[in-house]
Design a protein around this ligand. Structure first.
Ligand code: UDP
Length: 325
């Protein structure tokens, strides 16, 4: 298949590029390298461009003859979205509209979208089912939900267009072969931050909020290994290729760990007792988010291979110690 991957030089995108590249697909990547790295691109042709550059994007689509688009490029930091909402609506919603407009014009059949558990907001019991109420509590989740709505409406009006929106839970870990991983500058994600503290790249870590209504007062999340998530994209594309209906699908393992549990597991595995400062809640954080992900398994045949917090942390730590970029 000829596939365009936006944001393919980023953390998750680069793992999907590797998974699809290994299968022999013809891959074009468009990435502005704002948070991605040229070295993370292990397959395909990288075009450095911004999705808002209309003439460049028109060139890419008019010559690419793409059968599928996998759309990652966007901004992903919840507190940043609270501070700079318009940048989030530009990068996540308006740019997605531009990509979808080109997909329609150039008759791209299949579209995979990087969505997020943040579309659910604060589900009562913390468990998210695909048809649970969607009430984002931050601009990040809202910006992604707006794109899901555009996809739904486009697929309804244009019977040639099919999509899967994958709602990611907490993506972490690194390629087990050690080739790629998370190198996002000023990373804010928990496991990454803890591994940076364990390797001495930061002096301490902050723990945001100890008064949530959870087992130990800290937030609970469903941590999914990035290579399992990459495989979910491969499976979702195969599902659409076989004529599957457009869907939104959760990507998580269905069980959660608290921030305190994750931090103590990182300390145990690395043997480093780094300093942790307990701070007030961070804006935009729901207490608990875990996936009901049986729909992904049933529809696409996805089989997770790395559903093990220790393994996730070990791969993230190995990457953090040795990372080449
Ligand atoms: N968190 C924390 N310290 C950090 C980074 C994250 O206490 O340095 C907490 C954060 O407040 C949230 C959980 O860890 O409760 C997961 O946050 P992360 O940013 O990893 O992912 P999110 O769920 O926001 O996408």
């Amino acid at each position: 298949m000829r596939i365009l991957i936006t944001g393919g030089a980023g953390y998750i995108g680069s793992h999907v590029v590797k998974a699809l590249g290994k299968l022999g697909h013809e891959i074009t990547i468009v990435d502005n390298l704002s948070t991605g790295f040229q070295k993370a691109v292990t397959f395909g042709k990288l075009i450095v461009a911004d999705l808002s550059d209309r003439s460049k994007m028109e060139d890419i689509f008019s010559t690419g003859n793409f059968e599928a688009v996998v759309h990652f490029a966007g901004s992903i930091v919840v507190p940043e979205s609270v501070a700079e909402p318009l940048r989030y609506y530009q990068n996540n919603t308006i740019n997605s509209h531009s990509v979808m407009t080109l997909c329609e014009k150039y008759r791209v059949k299949n579209f995979i979208f990087s969505s997020t558990a943040a579309v659910y907001g604060m589900p009562g019991d913390g468990v998210c089912r695909e048809d649970s109420e969607k009430k984002p509590i931050n601009p990040y989740g809202q910006s992604k939900l707006m794109t899901e709505h555009m996809l739904r409406d486009l697929a309804f009006s244009n019977k040639n267009f099919h999509y899967v929106a994958l709602r990611y839970f907490n993506v972490s870990g690194a390629d087990p072969e050690g080739q790629i991983g998370q190198s996002f500058p000023k990373a804010t994600h928990l496991i990454k931050a803890a591994c940076e503290a364990a390797t001495g790249k930061r002096t301490h870590m902050d723990l945001f909020g100890t008064d949530y209504p959870t087992k130990d007062g800290t937030c609970v999340r469903d941590y999914i290994h990035v290579s399992d998530l990459a495989e979910a994209h491969v499976k979702a594309l195969e599902y659409l290729e076989k004529g599957g209906e457009s869907q939104a699908l959760n990507c998580g393992y269905g069980h959660g760990f608290s921030v305190k549990e994750v931090i103590s597991r990182v300390k145990e595995i690395t043997g480093v007792n780094f300093k942790v400062n307990e701070l007030p809640r961070r804006p935009g954080d729901p207490a608990s988010l875990t996936a009901e992900s049986s729909r992904l398994i049933q529809l696409t045949g996805w089989k997770p291979k790395f559903d093990d917090l220790n393994l996730i942390i070990k791969s993230a730590y190995e990457w953090e110690k040795n990372r080449p970029y």
